[in-house]
Design a protein. Structure first.
Length: 368
């Protein structure tokens, strides 16, 4: 059986890139970058019809990651021996015709749900439309920053809006090149905080600015994705006040994988104040290094983190206060449990996907 991961060129974020790499590495399959849009980023059904007809002739297993192409498919287009797997977060895309999207889901054999919210969502679609696709709830994983760093492999790929509907990357050409992590050592009495992301950062910085004269408050290293090329007040809060605060260091520069691994491995606490995540790769990357992670009591963050290995906080003040009350022994215990859970989830993810790729029929999984 020949497999491929299919991903949409539009909206190809860091998280999706990691998802596709993990599929490719675990399943040993090809990656197909698809562009079914014009220069205005409007879906063009005729482009996908052409791509899909070609996919049918080459693959009998297709793993669609973060794509909404199913509304463009006709019932007769799917081959009898072909299986379609579908993984998507619950962020709503503004370019999708949702009526067509729901109608197209009858072609899906398996929905891969890595969060409880995703599982509930597609169960509701099943009930509403009478679909028979199987829902597999599974653990997932992210890059292991305690052992490797992963650099992107650059491909010579033509502009997707210049007539090239799809680019195939062979299975042996991995999207990322993994390299050993240099030895980073966390200082025994370190209490520093690290935060990566783009959601709710002002919620974090406002607390550090308000309490900056408290001697017990440790250093915060914070990284925004800087979507517009520079850190803005909308992304970070009061940038001028943050820069004047000696207890905040804004990482407003390009951070390569080696420095990212160093930050993960040398801090003690990783702070995520996001009210929602599709999955949360930055949280899981911090888990891979055994950091103590602070999250709000929201899904799916509270699925990745529990009170044994992290801190489920009601507010930034609540989380920081509880973190600083931990003894050195409690910190070490939580860090070991965090790493242990990451490894268990990674093993469960790999086992689930191996079973999926080996099975011809609907399958039952236990313990995931």
């Amino acid at each position: 059986m020949k497999s491929a991961v299919v991903v949409d060129w539009i909206g190809f974020s860091y998280g999706i890139y990691i998802d596709v790499y993990l599929f490719q590495k675990t399943l040993g399959c090809e990656v197909i970058w698809v562009s079914c849009h014009d220069e205005t980023r409007t879906y063009r059904p005729e482009k996908f019809q052409k791509v899909y007809d070609n996919l049918l002739s080459k693959y009998d297993r297709l793993y669609f990651v973060e794509t909404e192409f199913f509304g463009f498919l006709l019932p007769g287009q799917k081959a009898a021996n072909q299986r379609i797997y579908f993984l998507k977060n619950l962020d709503i895309s503004p370019v999708v015709n949702w009526t067509s999207y729901y109608e197209g889901l009858h072609l899906v054999d398996v929905v891969i749900a890595r969060t409880k919210a995703t599982e509930r969502y597609y169960k509701a679609i099943q009930e509403k439309f009478g679909y028979t696709f199987q829902i597999i709830s599974t653990k997932f994983t992210s890059l292991d920053y305690s052992n490797v760093i992963a650099e992107r492999v650059h491909f010579q790929i033509a502009n997707p809006f210049k007539g090239q509907e799809a680019v195939i990357i062979p299975a042996h050409v991995l999207l990322l090149q993994e390299k050993p992590v240099p030895l980073f050592t966390r200082k025994e009495n370190d209490r520093t905080f690290l935060s990566f992301g783009r959601k709710n950062l002002p919620f974090i910085t406002s607390f550090w600015n308000e309490h900056q004269h408290n001697d017990a408050l440790p250093k915060l290293y914070i990284k925004s994705y800087c979507e517009h090329g520079e850190v803005t007040d909308a992304e970070m809060g009061n940038v001028a006040e943050c820069r004047a605060n000696s207890k905040i260091e804004i990482l407003d520069r390009y951070i390569d994988e080696s420095e990212k691994a160093e930050l993960y491995n040398q801090c003690t606490f990783f702070l995520n104040a996001s009210p929602e995540e599709g999955y949360g790769h930055n949280i899981n990357e911090a888990r891979s290094t055994g950091r103590i992670i602070l999250v709000l009591d929201r899904e799916p963050m509270n699925e990745l983190i529990n009170p044994e290995c992290g801190i489920i906080m009601s507010s930034i003040g609540d989380g920081v206060s509880r973190a600083l009350q931990l003894s050195s022994e409690e910190i070490i215990t939580k860090m070991k449990l965090t790493r242990k859970r990451y490894l268990e989830d990674t093993e469960a993810f790999q086992e689930t996907f191996r079973k999926m790729n080996e099975s011809n029929n609907c399958i039952t999984f236990s313990g995931v």
